[in-house]
Design a protein around this ligand. Structure first.
Ligand SMILES: Cc1cc2nc3c(=O)[nH]c(=O)nc-3n(C[C@H](O)[C@H](O)[C@H](O)COP(=O)(O)O)c2cc1C
Length: 210
């Protein structure tokens, strides 16, 4: 049974979330040699922004009365749910953007929730790893403590609403070395990077046991 991997970085090179997810995936493949990794890349294969309202309208409209656009949106939502339910293990790589959840990831979640199968605990007991990265740092006592409005939301949906057995791997300060204003944090960022890589290896081993 496959691993389903979702990426949401809008970058095509140099993605820190992809680096973490690659480590998790490699650990999973080590335990499942030759197994399939099914992929969806929300950053480069963007879900249409109007699919969600169309799918909501479809769910409130009897099948014979749906427009072709509503039918297509409902079918897309069903495909997203099929991808999750076909997987033994699930790996999501989602960065923080503008202090909130990636709009592509939000569209993915919103669409899934329109499918009748998501009315219950869609991922009950399934192992899910969320790899999330942030350019800045938001830990306790930092000036922007509490400004990350993505990770808590994703935990809420994946673990509390969908019932997944969730492991979160986080890396902060990915903009150190990119933004000169953060040069003072070079050593701290290097430590965070190493810790995230180590956490990713461990998360991959846990995921492989699924
Ligand atoms: C449009 C945009 C908005 C961003 N907003 C934030 C932000 O609000 N807070 C933050 O800490 N980092 C922010 N970042 C930095 C990203 O979180 C960081 O570069 C991260 O590594 C991106 O993920 P990736 O490396 O997988 O592409 C932003 C980056 C972009 C491109």
């Amino acid at each position: 049974m496959p691993l389903f991997r979702l990426d949401a970085s809008i970058r095509t090179t140099g993605s820190a979330s992809r680096e973490i997810a690659d480590i998790v995936e490699a650990e999973w493949l080590r335990a499942h040699p030759g197994d399939v990794v099914e992929r969806r890349h929300l950053g480069t294969d963007v879900l249409p922004a109007d699919a969600w309202p169309l799918a909501v309208a479809a769910s409130a409209t009897a099948e014979p009365d749906r427009t072709p656009e509503q039918r297509a949106a409902a079918k897309l939502a069903a495909t997203l749910v099929d991808e999750l339910l076909a997987a033994d293990a699930i790996l999501l790589a989602i960065p923080l953007y503008n202090f909130g959840v990636s709009q592509h990831a939000k569209t993915w979640i919103d669409l899934i929730i329109t499918d009748p199968r998501a009315a219950g605990r869609l991922l009950e007991g399934r192992r899910v790893v969320l790899a999330t990265v942030r350019g800045g740092a938001y830990g306790a006592g930092t000036p922007r403590e509490g400004w990350d409005h993505s990770t808590g939301y994703l935990r809420r949906i994946l673990a509390d609403v969908w019932g997944a057995d969730l492991t979160v791997v986080e890396r902060e300060f990915t903009l150190v070395g990119v933004n000169p204003a953060l040069d003072a944090f070079t050593d701290v960022a290097a430590g965070m990077h190493a810790a995230a890589r180590s956490a990713a290896r461990e998360a991959g081993r846990v995921l492989a046991d699924a």
